[in-house]
Design a protein around this ligand. Structure first.
Ligand SMILES: *Cc1c(COP(=O)(O)O)cnc(C)c1O
Length: 455
């Protein structure tokens, strides 16, 4: 039988489709009344794009392969959106007690959750064991703690792995590079290969290897080299213990996203092809596979829509003051060179402006000079009352609110095609209210605590 050809990116929407959907999203946000004085900013997740991204990942792997694809929760901590991943058969990668409970609440079963955190407390380890949630041990001290926890808990169903740092070096963005010689994540493979193999040899319950050679800024080949080294380690463990103890290889996430245009590249199929080139055994059914993508599964599905409140010209440069700034685009504001975002201009009715571009600045609402969404950008002339749309913000933007200036978390809506073919809108997360902001700012007055007797 001839293998079906890989359906490379067949499910992925093309650039024209993404542009059309965004136009419809901005016009829809106006029509639905999402933008007003109380809510001059909102987020929108396009469920069609999200579903297509999910499908492009599952289709990149042969149906015969036991793969657990998880969504990295930190990219999109919106409960009903995570629930959509759960309903599509995805698992969830979590890294904190909050994300773990969110994953359970969103409907992921325990055996489809993977818990990665470099700082798991004893309570968190015991909770994972009790639930049967898979987790990856980050360091030798945690390994000793897990030994004790297993001795206390006894029988458990959790798939337990070890997170390795392949020490393959940095990508283009230092803060996003998890595989440097001195990265804080995982156990250094080059430093500790023999200790790692010894650790597996005396612990039959260690059955998973994990590597996350993230992330944005890393080439596919560079990330694949990390996976190849883990695959090689798995073979060395098999040789040492005399049977195949490692059942599952967790290749992490970290597929970069193209923020420069509406082209979805690289695709999951591109990524899988590079991996298969360097580590074919990963795909021959020897191991179960776990993936943990975040950004690549979500970024292209999200749009921020914000109103332009005022415009002015300062020092000869036109500046548009909008409501989208550091509170929703924290990484872009603090790292504009590494995390640039495109900006599109629409009029107050949500029609795309198409005039000759001219150089302008686009500012956020926060009270610090650096709160600039774009500086010196060629854009159609922006007017007060216009709307700016910020594409590619489905991953890490809505989930990573920064409460500077007590600016509220914006509402996030979804739009997607229903069974009748109509594009239907829903609310995913309502906006944070000013009452909530006041309530979260602390107790009404200082609460006296009991006095400790002096020694
Ligand atoms: C953040 C993270 C991911 C997801 O990374 P992306 O770059 O969004 O794909 C996966 N695994 C681990 C362990 C992570 O910390």
């Amino acid at each position: 039988m001839i293998d079906a050809p890989l359906r490379t990116g067949q499910s992925l929407p093309g650039p024209d489709t993404l542009l059309d959907r965004r136009g419809e999203i901005v016009a829809g946000a106006v029509r639905q009344g999402f933008i007003d004085d109380l809510h001059p900013l909102c987020g929108v997740v396009d469920l069609d794009t999200l579903d297509e991204l999910m499908r492009s990942l599952t289709e990149a792997y042969p149906p015969s392969m036991p793969a657990l694809h998880t969504i990295a929760a930190k990219a999109i901590t919106l409960r009903p959106v995570l629930a959509r991943f759960a309903q599509a058969g995805f698992g969830c990668e979590v890294a904190s007690p909050g994300e773990l409970e969110l994953a359970l609440a969103a409907g992921f079963s325990a055996e489809r959750i993977v818990f990665d955190s470099p700082a798991k407390t004893t309570t968190e380890i015991e909770r994972a064991l009790a639930l049967g949630v898979s987790f990856n041990i980050d360091n030798f001290e945690e390994l000793a703690r897990v030994d004790q926890a297993i001795a206390r808990v006894g029988r458990h169903r959790a798939v337990i792995g070890m997170r390795l740092n392949p020490q393959t070096g940095a990508g283009a963005i230092g803060a996003m590079s998890t595989a440097t010689a001195t990265s804080k994540f995982g156990i250094g493979l080059a430093d500790h290969r023999d200790d790692i193999i010894d650790a597996f040899a005396v612990r039959p319950w260690l059955t998973q290897l994990h590597v996350h050679s993230g992330s944005q800024g890393l080439s596919l080949e560079h990330a694949a080299e990390g996976v190849r080294l883990i695959d090689e380690l798995a073979r060395q463990i098999t040789a040492r213990v005399g049977h195949q103890q490692v059942r599952r290889i967790d290749i992490g996430g970290g597929l970069p996203v193209n923020f420069g245009s509406d082209d979805i590249t690289p695709s999951f199929a591109d990524h899988r092809a590079v991996l298969e080139g360097v580590a074919p055994e990963l795909f021959d059914g020897t191991y179960g596979l776990v993936t943990e993508f975040g950004r690549a599964l979500t970024a292209k599905a999200g749009t921020i829509v914000a109103r332009v409140e005022y415009t002015k010209v300062t020092g000869g440069r036109p500046i548009a003051i909008t409501h989208a700034g550091v509170q929703v685009a924290t990484r872009t504001i603090f790292g504009s060179a590494e995390w640039p975002l495109r900006i599109e201009v629409y009029d107050g009715q949500g029609r795309r402006r198409v005039e000759q571009p001219q150089v302008q600045d686009v500012a956020g609402p926060a009270c610090f000079t650096g709160d600039m969404l774009a500086v010196g950008r060629d854009l159609p002339f922006v007017r007060a009352g216009d709307l700016v749309a910020v594409p590619d913000t489905g991953g890490y933007y809505f989930s990573t609110h920064f409460s500077y200036n007590a600016l509220p978390r914006p509402a996030v809506y979804t739009v997607g095609t229903d069974s009748e073919g109509d594009r239907r809108w829903s609310l995913a997360r309502r906006a944070q209210t000013t009452e909530e902001i006041v309530a979260e700012a602390g107790e009404p007055s200082l609460v006296p605590l009991p006095l400790f007797p002096s020694a």
